[in-house]
Write a new protein. Structure first.
Length: 356
């Protein structure tokens, strides 16, 4: 289920990171200060880099998969330090950080494309990013000529491990954020109809998820259907993030049991340590998988042992790393950006609505 989870992660990132930009545009006549690029990049850097670089240092010190003094070791380290592992997946030190590579590329792009996802512009900008992704994947298909009778991992890496193959996942999140703020400033018949439709369509999402996951299962494990191969390569992500978008709209504009569940305190705690869980879960699971208790089992028994045992280790360890590393830099980020905001407070407020 890793691939669908990555899609949700991208949509969520696009939604959250676009909020300051949407808030500024739709509320510019209320003297909302324009988002600062300096503040934006400080916050992103201090949120992402410290934990990631601590992981790289510990990984180098505690394992032998990188001989730092060798040419290959220096190359691998350079690629991972500068988040290029999505382009060179064979050099990844942590097997999940290709998604972080895509995330960082999106961080860099966001301030420069934000203006195109405001109001009616989004009706052009989002389809444009979708078209870009489809064209990119088609070009990769004809240039690389992948094997459609099985999973061609090199083709998968080529189309999923960089921003050109997945930017539409981020931009649907940006579009949802834009709709949310557009709705807050007043009534709009089209937005109201969209929200009402989302409310009813959300009840059908379990059925559609089942159909999509069956296709994913066929692609991932059966590998005997050309339809599943082509659908997964060119249509799966689109239909999946549309379903996520429906759920987002439902949660944002309707109170429900789902809203209550997502507001649960324990889920929020897991959300707080989520980045550390993301960075550390795979290395910890790999280490646990080598223990006699786990390695001695086979099949489903091994799975049933590994998952609960991993949770008992991963969650406390991630919380410890959050306190040890993340919290300090989150507080530092808040302090630095507050000073910047204090300096901006004396600036002349915006009187009229301005595009970026």
């Amino acid at each position: 289920m890793g691939h669908p989870g990555v899609n949700l992660f991208y949509v969520h990132s696009g939604f959250l990171l676009f909020i300051p930009f949407a808030n500024y545009y739709y509320n510019a006549n209320k003297c909302v200060i324009q988002p600062s690029l300096k503040k934006y990049f400080i916050r992103r850097a201090l949120r992402i880099l410290p934990v990631y670089y601590v992981f790289l240092v510990l990984n180098i010190l505690l394992t032998n998969n990188v001989t730092i003094l060798s040419t290959e070791g220096v190359k691998k380290l350079f690629i991972n330090i500068f988040f290029l592992q999505g382009f060179f997946p064979e050099h990844m030190i942590n097997g999940v950080t290709w998604t972080l590579s895509n995330e960082v590329q999106f961080y860099i792009l966001l301030p420069f494309i934000a203006r195109y996802f405001i109001g009616r512009r989004a009706l052009i900008a989002f389809p444009a990013t979708l078209a870009l992704v489809i064209i990119y994947r088609i070009v990769c298909f004809f240039i690389y000529n992948p094997n459609i009778d099985s999973i061609d991992w090199k083709y998968y890496y080529l189309t999923e491990y960089n921003i050109l193959g997945c930017i539409d996942n981020f931009t649907i999140g940006m579009t949802i954020s834009s709709i949310f703020y557009y709705k807050k400033i007043g009534k709009n018949r089209h937005i109201d109809n969209l929200i009402i439709s989302a409310r009813y369509l959300t009840w059908l999402t379990p059925l559609f998820f089942g159909m999509l996951f069956y296709t994913y299962y066929s692609w991932r494990f059966k590998q005997n259907s050309h339809f599943s191969w082509f659908f997964f390569s060119f249509g799966f992500d689109f239909f999946l993030y549309i379903l996520f978008a429906l759920i987002f709209l439902y949660v944002l504009f309707h109170k429900s049991l789902l809203t209550t569940f997502l507001s649960n305190t324990y889920l929020r705690i897991i959300g707080v340590i989520g980045y550390s869980v993301y960075i550390w879960h795979l290395p910890l699971m790999d280490s646990l998988n080598k223990t006699n208790f786990i390695n001695g089992a086979e099949g489903w028994e091994k799975f049933y042992r590994l998952i609960p045992f991993s949770l008992l280790v991963i969650l406390p360890f991630s919380f410890f790393m959050f306190i040890l590393v993340e919290k300090y830099f989150i507080d530092l980020s808040s302090s630095l950006t507050k000073k910047h905001e204090d300096g901006m407070a004396s600036a002349k407020p915006v009187k009229n609505k301005i595009t970026f």
